[in-house]
Each structure stands twice: as C-alpha cells, then as structure tokens.
Design a protein around this ligand. Structure first.
Ligand code: SF4
Length: 435
C-alpha cells in the first residue's frame, strides 16, 4: 500500500493508504466517508466518459474532435464569455483556465468568490492573521466554530485540530476549549465536552452578538441581563473571557456567516471584532481559518495573484487584464455575458433560480466528470479525469498550504486532465490564425 493525499475536500488529508495495481484501486484506508465517496467516483454510475454535444435538445456522444470544434465555435462567436468554477481542479488547470480567459477576452471567477474569498480578501486587507492546521494542532487552546459544521463538511478537521496532541504542549484535547456558535445544533455539537461552550444563536442574529461583543471590548458596559441573540448573559461572559484570554485562539468560519445581508455587512463587522480583540489581547491572539468546501477552493486566488497580481476574479479585454467591479453574480444578473464555460462545478443547482435560469439561456460548455443539473442544460459536455486519483497536480489546502496531488490509476477512455483539456481548447482557438 502507498500513501496518497485525498482530494475529497479542502483538508487534503495526506495520510490515506491506497492499494492499487495502477489499473484499479482495491483498498482505501484512513479516508472518511466523504473521502471514500471521492474514490468511488471513479466507477460511479453518473460518471461521464465520452464528450457530448446537444443535438435536437438531447445530449449525444460525439468524438473528441467534434466536441472541441463545437466548443471552439461557441468561443469564436462570443464577445463576452463567462468562465466559472475552477475549485475542483488543480492549480495547473486554473492557470490554463486563466490563459484561455485572456485569449477569449472573458471574465473568469471561481467558487471562492461566493464563498470564502470574500472573507479572505478583507482579512488580508485588514492584516488579520490566518492560521494553519499545524499551528492549531501544536499551539491552539481555543477553537470557535462560527456558522461552521466541519463534522459533516470537512469530516476529519476536528479529529486533527481538536483531538490531536500538540508538539509544544504535553496536553491535547484537555486544554482545548471548543465554542460553537450556530443557529442549529449541528453534528459538530456532538464532540463537545463539559468545559466547552455551545451557543445557539437566533437565526440571522449573529450581527447582534458581534455588535455586543464589539461594545464590550471597547467599554466596560455590562452585558444585558436578558442576553443577546438568544444567548444568555453567563454564556456571553464566558465567551468574552475565552476571546480575550486565549493564547492561541482560532475562529473557523463556515458558510453560515458568509451569506450576504441587505442592511449590514456581517463579514466586515466580524473582522472588525477580531481586530479589536487582538489589539486588546496582551498574551495571545485570535486568528482565522476559512472553511472552503471544494478541494482547491483556495488555489484560484493564489494562481490569479501570481499570474496577474489580482485577487480572485479577472476580466480581459483586447487580451489584456482590465479593472472590474463586477462579480459573478452581477455579471449574471445584468446578463452581461453571451456564453459560459463551467469547470468542475454545478451552478445550475447551487445558484438561486433567478441566476441559474439566466445562465441556462446562453450556450454553456461544461467540463466535469459526472452528470449534474448543469450537464442537463449544457450545449457541450467535456469529461475529464479525476484530479488526485487519475491525474496529478497542485492544490492549496484550506489553510493556504500548497499540497501536491498524485495520480494513482489511469482514467477510463484515456480522459484528459482538466489542464490538458483547457490547453487543448486554447490551442484549438489558435488554429486558423484567429486571435
Ligand atoms: S476530511 Fe476531506 S480530505 Fe480528509 S479524508 Fe475526508 S474527504 Fe478526504
């Protein structure tokens, strides 16, 4: 058996033992259920192994030449393409996607922009510490899950950061306090012990909690006796004590706090609170960890930054990068695109109907390895190998650490990697001298 990294989620566990003869995988040891599902995708019933083009309203299997030609034709007829996804592919594929976007004068964005990317950019602007898994294992004494349910989304995260023994401490779980702030009692609450602090906030009242904590950090005002946002006074006092007394605390932020709100900016206020606490902290600090779901959600921002010095979304005109205030959502809302290339994601399921219906109206090219709601509306479907199992590449773990993924077996039908396919599309556009 050999050790491999799992690409089932953004934790990229590098301790998975796999038995394989190079053709089939016969045993996987150490992966959680979600990781096992990733390995099962190799032979899943909804796997796509041939390219397809929509003809008379139905997707029909075609040769690779026909599929590439059709995709190239759509790009050549487009003045304003939209490229989106790129969180379930390697950094090399992200780079190839950006190169293609430049070639076709497109707007390119990743799943991170409607997820953790919003936090990351603001946190960096404010100079807030981002921490690593290793640092939490070795030095952490306070872990706050805010709107995050890792027990179900990143199943081995708590095993690693909460239950493991640190290198610089002779103690582990017994000195780590877990605080969970969530409107519902998620599966993650099950790991809580007597000294931990479960806080059930009223739905959409996180902002009241943050504002109260900000006031308490700045002045000696008493906490209201009736509590705030459904959390009672004693628990609020305990929370404040933990926040201001931890030596190495981390707030792990999940999807629950990322949702946009019309009349306030939760992200901004939460980061301000963190800044305030860290200014007042005398012996320690609180840092941040963002819980992205897809295995390389963090990678796109790194690639965009190193290729064009810009963070996240990129827009090209006349094959040059231009400044843009647009986002994926604003582009779709205004219908400011005439075709789309979707890579490794399913926006037709994930976006609200008001947006997905607009996306479905324009020609859509999909690069993915299994059937989704998006493949049901796509004009062209181009299947690829599964990164981390059937092809290699670099990915950034959720704590921004780069990890190399390795190929274990050959893909069915000799499917290309995402990088290989995106490069092929780029080269196909070069044919005939069009630029
Ligand atoms: S936690 Fe994520 S990376 Fe680790 S084994 Fe499970 S799915 Fe794979």
């Amino acid at each position: 058996m050999k050790r491999f990294t799992c690409s089932g989620c953004s934790l990229l566990c590098d301790d998975i033992m796999v038995k394989s003869d190079g053709l089939f995988i016969s045993k996987v040891i150490g992966a959680c259920l979600k990781g096992k599902e990733r390995f099962d995708q190799v032979s899943a019933q909804n796997r796509i192994i041939n390219p397809m083009i929509r003809t008379d309203g139905e997707l029909k299997e075609v040769s690779w030449d026909e599929a590439i030609e059709k995709a190239t034709e759509i790009f050549k007829n487009s003045l304003n393409p939209l490229l989106y996804g790129f969180s379930n592919v390697s950094c090399e594929a992200q780079e190839a996607g950006i190169k293609l976007a430049q070639k076709i004068n497109g707007f390119i964005d990743s799943n991170a922009s409607i997820c953790q990317g919003k936090f990351l950019k603001r946190a960096r602007d404010l100079g807030i510490n981002l921490t690593t898994i290793t640092e939490i294992i070795n030095k952490g004494d306070l872990i706050i899950l805010w709107g995050a349910n890792p027990a179900e989304t990143i199943p081995r995260l708590l095993n690693k950061v909460l239950f493991s023994r640190g290198k610089f401490r002779m103690t582990g779980r017994e000195i780590k306090t877990l605080v969970i702030i969530d409107p519902i009692k998620t599966a993650s609450f099950r790991v809580m012990g007597v000294r931990d602090l479960p806080l059930i906030v009223e739905p959409n009242k996180d902002i009241d909690l943050i504002r109260m904590l900000k006031e308490e950090c700045c002045s000696a005002d008493i906490i209201p006796s009736e509590g705030v946002a459904g959390v009672d006074m004693d628990d609020l006092k305990r929370l404040l004590l933990h926040l201001t007394g931890a030596e190495n605390g981390v707030i792990i932020l999940g999807q629950g706090v990322i949702q946009p709100h019309l009349d306030y900016d939760l992200i901004e206020e939460l980061l301000e609170l963190l800044q305030m606490i860290n200014e007042r902290q005398e012996k320690g600090r609180i840092s941040l960890l963002l819980m992205g779901g897809h295995f390389n959600m963090a990678g796109f921002d790194h690639v965009a930054l190193s290729s064009f010095g810009a963070f996240g979304k990129l827009e090209f005109k006349h094959n040059q990068i231009v400044k843009t205030d647009d986002t994926l959502v604003s582009k779709i809302e205004k219908e400011d695109f005439d075709c789309s290339l979707i890579v490794g994601t399913d926006p037709i399921s994930h976006l609200p109907h008001s947006l997905s219906s607009k996306m479905a109206k324009k020609p859509l090219i999909l690069i993915d390895n299994h059937i989704t709601a998006t493949s049901h509306v796509a004009e062209v479907v181009l299947p690829t190998s599964i990164t981390g199992i059937e092809s290699s590449g670099l990915a950034y773990r959720l704590d921004q650490v780069p990890i190399e993924l390795h190929k274990i077996i050959n893909p069915p039908n000799n499917l290309p990697s995402d990088e290989g396919l995106l490069t092929q599309l780029y080269e196909s556009l070069n044919k005939g001298g069009s630029d």
